[in-house]
Ligand binder design. Structure first.
Ligand code: OTU
Length: 642
């Protein structure tokens, strides 16, 4: 770390030297606002880049290139997005609002192509979405694409989905309809077919330095001694041999995903330009994929290293200068201590909340909320002005990433509990309601993750097979219960589209050799037209789930108490009932068991809610002051002072 006074002075000196160069690449009309933002954020950026790259001989040259390239991207930023920048700078808390509700889908599976997505805007609005994450849609290899996470070009839309012009138009149309576009920034790796990787393959040294290439196994072996395997079934180890080159390349994920080498400032700069290109298409939330892995250091796990944070913070500073309308969402599906480290106004303003996600399923399996409550009390509060993205599932597997330390405080043994949860969600535990599919069992560590659609994991698939009305009822209520939590708990709820219609597992991936070994495809089904057609009929399951979610979203949007912040967890003296209040004006109770439960008056009294008449915002049911509250199986109430 450098002395802050010295650093400030160096930053000042280099900024004064750089400004005239920046003025050369920007029009007079654009320069003033750029300069103003640069003055505000350059000292921070300078400190980060100096820390990352300061030991390199040509540091100041790299710094200058980074700034000039950023300025050039600013020059290309469309006027309407610059206007959005101003609006968002004046209202930086826009994503904290009770209005914010997210959805996520694959373009091809949900609507065929970008034109199809456009045609579905009324559907998104009907559900109440204000945030739409489209799964990776840029060019990727035909077969080896990892669902789009092996990117061959960050600028060319996959031709089967549409064009970049269409993407830009879609972003604008979504915005006109009050929906922010969310896209991935898959910045840890490129596909092996990306131009940079191809050039590296043909011996181009500049591009070989974009990746981690090794002449023999000696370094890979030393690294692997401390690395975790991410896809041990499909691609064990973290390195792939390239026969044409006679070298090994670092591939944390699949063998066709080459990790980028961020210790090379050229890579930082090149990916910065790809990031700003996305910003200039109208992306408002950038999902930073696999943040944990972007920096490597021998002898460590190469996950969550301090430099990974510095890279993201440096990109954050650049975004504040060039495209402040865009915020970052961190995708760190790791131990909750590490998840929290990515969250900050100057790093990622948003983050997936994997701890809540996996503990909602844990609570459904155990019918007990102690681990959920305990972990949320410890971990729900995050950096100021930031927000969680709360979800019940996504396109990936569910991993049991809760903290063993939290579990042991309740006498729960983390390893054993994970074995139980894996057995439960793959239907191997007697009496389990869930129909899930194992994902990446690692015999060495006994680790395993779970695939499955929300409805199937919640029991609907099995209940329908058994044709048992009570089991069906319970399954539907479980689906609604966990969604009621993500909609009310604080932060942005994110609905994995398909779940709003209680769509079941899709086993057809097993017929497709290209993806048959990746069970995550069981929960990536096509949009189900027949289910969608039933969505207005509450007598059908899709209709009941869609209608209820829609209603919960509407209630959320009409009560400022659901805006982010002000979440206080309460003990209910009942092991099955999860409780919290929001801004002291909505009190949520949620029963995670299939039996009726009561909550004693002391719970509300303790929270200072003892003297008011109450009413449930969802059902309209009134409650007398300090009344015992009875919850039907899997029922929830959102109480407000009546
Ligand atoms: C992400 O997930 C994406 O969400 C996946 O769909 C991709 O396959 C992957 O990156 C590679 O791009 O390992 O099982 O700790 O868990 O980043 C999913 C974070 C993953 C990882 C996460 C990764």
């Amino acid at each position: 770390m450098h002395d802050p006074v010295w650093l400030q002075k160096q930053a000042q000196l280099s900024l004064e030297r750089l400004l005239p160069r920046v003025a050369d690449v920007l029009d007079d009309s654009l320069y003033p606002v750029f300069e103003q933002r640069l003055r505000a954020h350059f000292p921070r950026l300078f400190g980060l880049l100096l820390e990352l790259y300061g030991s390199q001989y040509d540091f100041f040259y790299s710094l200058e290139q980074i700034l000039l390239d950023a300025a050039r991207m600013f020059a290309r930023r469309p006027a309407e997005l610059r206007a959005l920048d101003d609006a968002r700078e004046a209202d930086p808390d826009w994503f904290q609002s009770e209005q914010a509700v997210g959805g996520v889908c694959y373009v091809d599976l949900f609507a065929g192509d970008l034109a199809g997505i456009r045609a579905r805007i009324p559907y998104f609005k009907e559900l109440g979405l204000t945030y739409l994450h489209l799964m990776p849609l840029f060019l990727a290899p035909e077969e080896n694409s990892d669902g789009g996470y092996a990117v061959s070009s960050y600028r060319e839309v996959n031709p089967s989905l549409g064009t970049t012009e269409e993407l830009r138009a879609l972003a604008a149309e979504l915005r006109e309809n009050g929906i922010s576009l969310v896209l991935d920034f898959v910045f840890n790796h490129t596909s092996a077919e990306h131009e940079w990787a191809r050039k590296a393959q043909t011996g181009d040294e500049r591009h070989q330095a974009f990746y981690y290439l090794f002449d023999d196994r000696s370094m890979p072996d030393r690294y692997e001694a401390t690395l975790r395997e991410i896809f041990p079934e499909q691609d064990p180890g973290s390195f792939t041999y390239l026969p044409e080159l006679g070298k090994w390349v670092w591939t944390t994920f699949r063998h066709f995903q080459w990790d980028l080498n961020y210790s090379n400032p050229d890579v930082f700069n090149a990916m910065m330009q790809e990031m700003l290109f996305l910003a200039n298409q109208g992306v408002e939330v950038l999902r930073l994929d696999a943040v944990a892995f972007v920096w490597k250091q021998m002898g460590t796990s190469c996950e969550n290293l301090p430099q990974a944070h510095m890279i993201i913070q440096a990109y954050n500073a650049i975004t504040r200068i060039v495209a402040p309308a865009m915020v970052f969402k961190s995708e760190a599906i790791v131990h909750p201590d590490f998840v929290a480290q990515y969250i900050g106004w100057e790093e990622c303003q948003l983050s997936y909340n994997p701890t809540l996600m996996n503990l909602l399923w844990e609570a459904l399996a155990t019918r007990e909320v102690q681990l959920l409550r305990h972990s949320m009390i410890k971990r729900f509060g995050i950096a100021e002005r930031c927000a969680w993205v709360n979800y019940v599932r996504c396109h990936d597997d569910i991993g049991w990433s809760f903290a063993d330390e939290d579990a042991i405080e309740l006498w729960i043994h983390g390893f054993d509990h994970r074995q139980f949860l894996n057995a439960f969600f793959t239907g191997r535990f007697e009496g389990s309601f869930a129909t899930g599919v194992p994902f990446n069992y690692n015999p060495r560590t006994q680790d395993m993750r779970i695939s499955g659609m929300g409805a199937s994991l919640a029991g609907l698939e099995q209940a329908l097979e058994r044709d048992d009305p009570l089991l069906i009822e319970h399954a539907v209520r479980r689906i609604l219960l966990i969604h009621s939590v993500i909609i009310s708990i604080g932060g942005i709820p994110l609905i994995y589209l398909g779940d709003e219609l209680a769509t079941l597992n899709d086993y057809s991936y097993r017929e497709n050799p290209a993806i048959a070994d990746d069970s995550r495809w069981v929960h990536r089904p096509r949009f189900d037209e027949a289910r969608a057609a039933q969505r207005h009929d509450p007598a059908t399951i899709p209709g009941r789930v869609f209608g209820t979610l829609q209603r919960l979203i509407t209630i959320r949007k009409t009560h400022p108490a659901f805006a982010n912040g002000g979440t206080t967890f309460a003990d209910t003296y009942n092991p099955h009932v999860f409780a919290y209040h929001r801004h002291n004006s909505v009190f949520v109770l949620a029963n995670f068991s299939e039996y009726e439960q009561t909550v004693p008056p002391v719970v509300l009294v303790n929270a200072g809610w003892g003297t008011a008449d109450l009413v449930d915002l969802v059902s309209g049911t009134p409650y007398a002051p300090a009344q015992e509250i009875t919850l039907a199986p899997y029922a929830f109430v959102w109480l407000t002072k009546g």
